[in-house]
Design a protein around this ligand. Structure first.
Ligand code: NAP
Length: 290
């Protein structure tokens, strides 16, 4: 099976490259090698290749910048995925496209299922939802995988920022009234091959580690794991910060965006592991001084 990964320099794309390199016939493009804003180049380069699966992990992911650069957000996150789907249709290949929990407004208080109505409250969320629609309109068994709070070793995320801050300062705070679930890139890489086959899982699929937490709980657990792993920290307790205090944010963010993984479990007979186990595994592997 020949696989091509876009966004190969990003947090998720780089993890997929690393984890699939040995097992699959694999090619990848980072941002410099293929700019999704240049649709002619996208058509030219990908049109000239043969592949069975195209994985799009590239996106304009800066949520605040999407508010001020709306046209660019829609070009990269919405128009380009539609072009990718067309290219895949011409080759009878499957497109696996990543999307986000930010397509929801966050008003629900139970995990969002694939059937729940998306209602984005930011330009990022709107552009990603438009991208999903463009991919699914191509109707060729393409798959949209929505993930939340992605972390992993290939590019720092929230958890790494919290650990870094705790290494420098005694006082650390994180938001205590915003809920979702961290998702480890290693676990995404592990689940995705079940869906490489065109006949399995077209449409929308939610994937995240199991459970739910606030950023405060997430950060506290990470620091606790660092303590167990012998990572020296100045700060050990994470204080609570209210979402309403984040006055420097340009975009609105959903307060609750936990994704239900019931459909994933039903399709595969597998359950995603608990977020605490995934974070502990990450810290042991990439931070442990023991
Ligand atoms: N991170 C999260 O917490 C999170 C949560 C939910 C969903 N997601 C989704 O998961 C997917 C992967 O995100 P990630 O966490 O891996 O984010 P990331 O680290 O920001 O990776 C995105 C990649 O896309 C590249 N990119 C940006 N503009 C591009 C363009 N015009 N052409 C080609 N490449 C471009 C970026 O390159 P540069 O850095 O060089 O610009 C980067 O390598 C995305 O679809 C995202 O929407 C992420």
């Amino acid at each position: 099976m020949k696989i091509v990964i876009l966004g190969a320099g990003g947090r998720l794309g780089a993890a997929l490259m690393r984890e699939y390199r040995e097992k699959h016939d694999l090619s990848g493009f980072n941002h410099t090698q293929l700019d999704l804003a240049n649709l002619d180049d996208v058509r030219g380069k990908l049109g000239a290749m043969n592949f069975d699966v195209l994985i799009n992990a590239a996106a304009f992911t800066n949520v605040d910048a999407c508010e001020t650069e709306r046209d660019r957000a829609f070009l990269i996150n919405a128009e380009a995925p539609g072009v990718l789907a067309e290219i895949c249709n011409e080759k009878d290949a499957k497109l696996i496209h990543f999307s986000t929990d930010y397509v929801f407004d966050g008003e629900k208080r139970a995990p969002y299922t694939e059937e729940d109505q998306a209602n984005p409250i930011s330009a990022y969320g709107e552009s990603k939802l438009a991208g999903e629609k463009n991919v699914l309109a191509a109707e060729n068994g393409h798959l949209v995988v929505r993930v939340s709070w992605v972390f992993g070793p290939d590019r720092p995320s929230f958890v790494d920022a919290m650990i870094k801050r705790a290494q420098q300062d005694e006082k650390i705070d994180a938001i205590s009234d915003k809920f979702s679930t961290p998702t480890y890139t290693h676990d995404i890489a592990d689940m995705l091959p079940d869906f490489f086959d065109r006949r399995v899982g077209g449409g929308i699929l939610h994937f995240a580690n199991a459970g739910k937490c606030t950023w405060q709980e997430y950060a506290q657990w990470a620091l606790d794991c660092c303590g167990d792993a012998g990572v020296p920290l100045k700060g050990k307790t994470v204080g609570a910060l209210k979402l309403s205090k984040m006055t420097n944010w340009v975009a609105r963010r959903p307060v609750y965006s936990v994704l239900s993984t019931a459909k994933y479990a039903e399709l595969t007979g597998r359950a995603s592991r608990a977020w605490r186990d995934a974070v502990a595994d990450y810290i042991t592997r990439f931070y442990s001084k023991k």
